[in-house]
Write a protein that binds this ligand. Structure first.
Ligand code: 26Q
Length: 800
């Protein structure tokens, strides 16, 4: 440690001890791990605050345009390690904590994940916030402060069990409560016309939205933005009348009811729609955010017509789509702008990102429900729709049809720009869901391929690989991932490739040790680690992967001496509690794992592990230790994927379809470093038109037939042979996601993977090429694209 580091560690230790005493109120001799973690977090937070204030001042002084990212989900995970890395204070914090006789790792791992999201859409929002700060773009994220994030998953006899997540039972060290920032949010009631002709909405109920701010620090603390999450509470917290009459439960009812709005994150990313509480959540956080945005605008500017020059709002999918009518209501009803002008302003401020084309995931709200809960908004939606229809009489898509409000169409009509999240997805948007609207507004749809923050997803989670890269090309790449391309020139160096291989092996050993300690399964770090981690969905096809495992098991049993490449298939992911089929897939994987892992003949070559409770932290452990990344969705269904990028960046090779961002990953890393299989999106559509496509595929591939038979006949469910008949029945029958039709080519690609892995040195070279050529997948690049093509926002000169 240098003298500087030692001084830094000393200062850090002082700050920790000060917070332990004066903030936590504990003496060092009585402090728990939890107390120490909080004390360190407060010490770190203090440093972020300096950058935060400076950024706020700089944005204000520059009169800069501000970006607001409205999202129902921010899957931020743990914050301590990330903050330390971005402050470049990890070495001194480690020294300080170890100097106190504690394990730094234990302190970091004491932090619960902030699991305020389901999956990709929520994690993307978190990566974007970090990149917005890194790029010094004045921005704010707005969302909901869920008391319970995504449920915790465990397995009982192979079945998924859900328990509530309780991250807020502990003190959340990173947030600042803002009890003075309160907005009243109304629901229900009626609409009347005032004397001046203005419409007046009188809600029948109201709740308060209270702000909680978390600073989001960018790389090297050059800039810090805010994540503002809203918590719901009652306007009148206690019904004193009922209380005085002894009805203590009834007296607390208004508070309970109000708080239910920010109580839980909906654990569903496609199937569950139409729930009243969900609509309330959407309006609650959107309305609070818009009030806040206009209040900030008013404090800096006097002319509301300048709003589009100073404010850009991004709607993360349709979940905040009510922002359109709400902004219109604020401008037209409340501020008295003429309807046309209000509409024009709103349309120049709002933008919409689409994250899915799956019909079941596109939000549609019953007109009845909308009219009851948000009567004025429903009127405005009808007017927006009528205006648009009048301007374009030939069109076919209406925001309101069949008794439902189509939130995608509403968002499209109200947006300045609409974007998809990968090149393929954006193209499909134009051809399918938004074909009609795109024809009317041919310049509105733009592409912004997703990205991931390299600070968390390479530098922090994979320190071994990170320091090899820095040794070769310097550390500039962390803040400018384009520089990663320079790593390729070093790949001719055998010593460097050995170091890359050793880093991967060390990551695999660390993962194996953890899996063995926490789950009692022993893994061979020399086997290929083949990983599929993501929400469980039929379109993501975890069942294709497990079907291949069954076929491989049968093949090994038939010929154990054939020189098989040892492989561990690792799964992680949660199924929505109401998604019965997805839960069956989990059960099947666990049951197959039990049989395969206990088979003495095959288990040296093939193991299957399903790690419970997949979350951001588990991803940070798994991805650096992976050799093979499974990205095997039915082509046309995965809008982008972002896990795929994290794997490539960390030197895993992909086995994947031409879907979402896989297409662009393959273009960047080179087709020779990517194991492609399966039908294209076009071929998928054609294949579906063949009535017996599954039967044909099964008839043509005895391996597939035998694997299905084994599952169907109870090889993995002794005593209950029909346990998985839903799955086999589906695959032999409709097989909408074309598991059977892609199986044969998937098998072929996997055997190619086996052969490639056996050439260890060449595999390492190809893995390192994946890293070197993945710089384009930084969320910094994505955010620059949004700033230039969508928001018209510029970075502000960093303070000091
Ligand atoms: C909607 C209505 C009611 C309840 C829940 C929902 C809901 C919640 C979450 C609908 C969708 C989501 C999340 C979708 C999602 O994560 N999509 C993923 O977004 C990523 C970022 O763009 C992409 O990379 C993935 O391809 C896409 O699946």
């Amino acid at each position: 440690m240098t003298f500087q580091d030692a001084r830094g560690a000393e200062r850090m230790q002082d700050a920790i001890l000060r917070h332990l005493g004066y903030t936590i109120g504990k003496d060092a001799s009585h402090a728990t791990l939890h107390d120490w973690r909080l004390a360190l977090s407060y010490a770190v937070r203090d440093r972020i605050v300096d950058s935060w204030f400076a950024s706020t001042r700089a944005a204000y002084e520059a009169g800069a345009k501000r970006v607001y990212y409205l999202s129902m989900e921010f899957l931020i995970g743990r914050l301590l390690g990330d903050a330390l890395v971005n402050l470049r204070a990890d070495a001194e914090a480690k020294a300080a904590i170890e100097g106190l006789g504690l394990s730094f790792d234990a302190v970091l791992h004491d932090e619960p994940d902030a699991a305020l999201g389901n999956g990709g859409l929520g994690r993307l929002a978190a990566c974007f916030l970090e990149s917005l700060s890194t790029l010094a773009c004045p921005a704010m994220g707005y969302g909901i402060r869920y008391e319970h994030g995504l449920f915790r998953q465990s397995f009982e006899q192979g079945r998924q069990v859900e328990d509530p997540e309780t991250w807020l039972q502990q003190r959340h060290a990173w947030e600042f409560e803002r009890p003075e920032t309160l907005y009243r949010i109304g629901f229900g009631g009626h609409v009347t016309e005032g004397d001046d002709g203005r419409m007046v909405w009188t809600p029948s109920e109201a709740v308060l939205a209270e702000a909680y701010d978390t600073p989001v620090v960018g790389w090297q603390a050059g800039w810090t933005n805010t994540l503002r999450l809203w918590g719901a509470r009652a306007v009148d917290p206690l019904d004193l009348h009922r209380f005085n009459h002894g009805d203590y439960v009834g007296a607390a009812a208004p508070e309970m009811l109000a708080r239910s709005i920010s109580r839980v994150l909906y654990p569903d990313d496609t199937t569950e729609a139409g729930k009243e509480l969900r609509l309330k959540q959407e309006y609650f956080f959107t309305a609070a955010s818009l009030h806040d945005i206009l209040r900030r605008f008013d404090s800096e500017h006097s002319d509301i017509t300048a709003l589009p020059d100073k404010v850009a709002i991004q709607l993360n999918d349709t979940h905040p789509a009510i922002a359109g009518p709400e902004l219109l209501r604020l401008l037209h009803d409340e501020r008295g702008l003429p309807f046309e002008q209000a509409l024009d302003i709103a349309r120049r401020v709002l933008n919409y990102t689409n994250h899915t084309l799956l019909p079941e995931a596109l939000e549609k709200w019953p007109v009845d429900l909308m009219s009851r809960l948000l009567p004025r908004h429903m009127m405005l939606i009808e007017r927006i729709d009528a205006d648009h229809a009048a301007a374009y009489p030939a069109r076919e898509t209406h925001a309101v049809s069949d008794g439902h409000v189509n939130m995608g169409a509403l968002s499209f009509i109200m947006a300045n720009r609409v974007n998809g999240v990968s090149a393929l997805h954006t193209g499909l948007m134009k051809q399918t869901v938004f074909e009609d609207l795109h024809a009317l507004h041919p310049n509105r749809i733009v592409n912004q391929t997703n990205g991931v923050t390299p600070r968390r997803w390479l530098h922090a989670c994979n320190p071994r690989l990170s320091s090899i890269i820095t040794g070769a090309i310097g550390e500039g790449w962390v803040g400018d991932l384009d520089q990663l391309a320079g790593f390729e020139a070093h790949l001719g160096d055998a010593g460097l490739l050995d170091a890359v291989a050793a880093a991967k092996r060390a990551n695999k050993v660390a993962l194996s040790n953890w899996v063995s300690e926490t789950h009692g399964v022993s893994l061979d770090p020399d086997a290929m680690f083949d990983v599929q981690i993501k929400r469980i969905h039929e379109y993501k096809r975890q069942h294709l992967n497990i079907l291949e495992a069954v076929a491989l098991w049968q093949a090994i049993r038939a010929n154990p001496e054939a020189g098989w490449t040892p492989r561990v298939k690792i799964f992680g992911g949660k199924a929505a509690p109401g998604y019965v089929f997805a839960k069956k897939i989990i059960h099947l994987i666990n049951d197959v794992a039990a049989v395969l892992n206990a088979d003495p003949v095959t288990s040296p070559f093939l193991k299957v592990v399903f790690l419970p409770n997949y979350n951001v932290t588990l991803a940070e452990r798994l991805i650096p230790a992976s050799d093979l990344s499974e990205q095997i969705s039915t082509a046309g269904k995965e809008a982008s994927g972002t896990g795929n990028m994290k794997f490539a960046l960390n030197g895993a090779l992909t086995v994947g379809t031409l879907d979402g961002a896989n297409v662009e990953i393959r273009d960047h890393v080179g087709p020779e470093n990517f194991f492609l299989f399966g039908m294209t999106a076009e071929e998928v559509m054609a294949r579906r038109a063949i009535p017996d496509h599954a039967a044909q595929a099964i008839a043509a591939d005895p391996r597939l037939a035998a694997a299905l038979d084994a599952i169907h006949d109870g090889a993995f469910s002794t005593g209950e042979p029909d346990r998985f008949h839903d799955i086999t029945g589906n695959l032999r029958g409709p097989d909408y996601f074309l598991v059977c039709s892609d199986f044969t080519d998937y098998w072929r690609a996997q055997r190619e993977v086996d052969a490639a892995y056996r050439d260890t040195a060449d595999w390492t070279r190809r893995a390192a090429l994946n890293t070197a050529r993945s710089g384009w997948f930084s969320s910094d690049r994505t955010i620059r694209g949004y700033m230039a093509d969508i928001w018209g926002a510029s970075p502000v000169a960093r303070p000091g």
